[in-house]
Design a protein around this ligand. Structure first.
Ligand code: ATP
Length: 327
């Protein structure tokens, strides 16, 4: 559905001069600084996938999305979306993709929500019957009716986002790009949006590429995640594998039935796990699953006493990403 081959995007920006008349001198300067926003990125997204695209600020996420949607032309490399070049065959590409930018709306600010849909339907050549059928469905799933006749500028952020997602899907594209769709929303509004996106993917087979700083979005929605850092793709795979690669410690809480004996610190230190706490009948251990298997730890701990229950907590996803970007 999406193919990116050795995508690179450089931005040339004039070097800003200091001092008097600096604005004018910058304007006429021939000195440029080159910024490699995206460097030699290749990936493929198959039909029906839900992919998270994440990375620190300024990593190159928006630039990539803009190349995939045809807004920007790559400096080198190639993009195909549904078999077409989105920059060259703009009309064809636009028909099969929907885009939502969390920070700005594609709806008409002063018009009632309903009127924006009428204009978009006209622009995309969506027939009256199709429009009615889709809007009925979206109104149901996204609760649009409560603000149907309200001008867009009067909507809350959550309402505006729901209205925008429905607008992006009005012409029934196969592919949806979302850039920060849950930014600034409260927990309830985020849940609504996530539910709808999940339905679009699961029940309607839509392919979705999601850029977000909200790690819960990624964990709850995406089956695959791509990490970009300083313009380069540093990871492409599943979330559990990403966790394993980083090797952040897993916390294991072991509850003992009856008495137990924790070995002396000197004995424990030689082992690839650390006892980080003892609370009544529970011992908390941190281990790096790179170095020792969970079963091995449990086997070792069972020598301390009679194990009643074991609970494991994986490292928080946000921490995984932070550590990944720093390494
Ligand atoms: N039009 C432009 N001209 C010059 N530099 C640009 C332009 N657009 C982006 N950049 C630079 O390219 C780099 C990547 O920017 P981009 O917006 O793609 O990052 P991002 O990962 O989307 O960041 P964020 O999470 O903050 O939105 C940044 O250093 C940015 O300053």
């Amino acid at each position: 559905m999406i193919e990116a081959h050795n995508l690179t995007k450089d931005f040339k920006t004039p070097v800003v001069r200091e001092g008097r008349f600096s604005g004018l001198r910058t304007l006429f300067s021939r000195e440029y600084r080159l910024k490699e926003a995206v460097r030699d990125i290749s990936f493929q997204v198959e039909r029906g996938e839900f992919v998270g695209y994440i990375g620190p600020n300024g990593a190159g996420k928006s630039t990539t999305i803009k190349m995939l949607t045809g807004i920007l032309h790559p400096t080198s490399g190639e993009v195909r979306v549904g078999g077409v070049n989105p920059h060259r065959d703009r009309r064809q590409a636009v028909r099969q993709l929907g885009v939502v930018f969390g920070q700005r709306s594609q709806l008409w600010w002063d018009l009632p929500v309903k009127d924006s849909y009428d204009i978009l339907a006209e622009m995309y050549g969506v027939s009256g019957a199709e429009k009615t059928q889709r809007l009925d469905q979206f109104a149901e799933l996204l609760d649009l009716r409560e603000f149907w006749l309200t001008p867009v500028r009067k909507l809350s952020l959550g309402q505006r986002m729901r209205a925008d997602i429905a607008a992006a899907m009005l012409h029934d594209p196969d592919l949806l790009f979302l850039d920060e769709p849950t930014i600034g929303l409260d927990v309830h509004a985020k849940r609504n949006i996530r539910q709808f996106l999940s339905q679009l993917n699961r029940d309607f087979g839509k392919t979705i590429l999601l850029t977000t700083h909200d790690m819960d979005d990624i964990e709850q929605l995406c089956s695959r995640v791509m990490v970009i850092d300083q313009g380069q793709l540093t990871y492409d795979g599943t979330i559990p594998t990403l966790r394993e690669q980083i090797g952040l410690p897993t916390e294991i809480r072991v509850k003992f039935r009856g008495p137990f004996r924790v070995p002396e610190e000197t004995e424990v230190e030689r082992l690839p796990y650390r006892v980080t706490g003892i609370e009544d009948d529970t011992v908390v251990v941190e281990a790096n699953r790179h170095e020792i298997g969970t079963m091995e730890i449990i086997r070792a701990l069972s020598e301390w006493g009679d194990i009643d229950d074991v609970d494991m907590a994986e490292p928080a996803f946000e921490e995984v990403i932070r550590s990944f970007s720093a390494s």
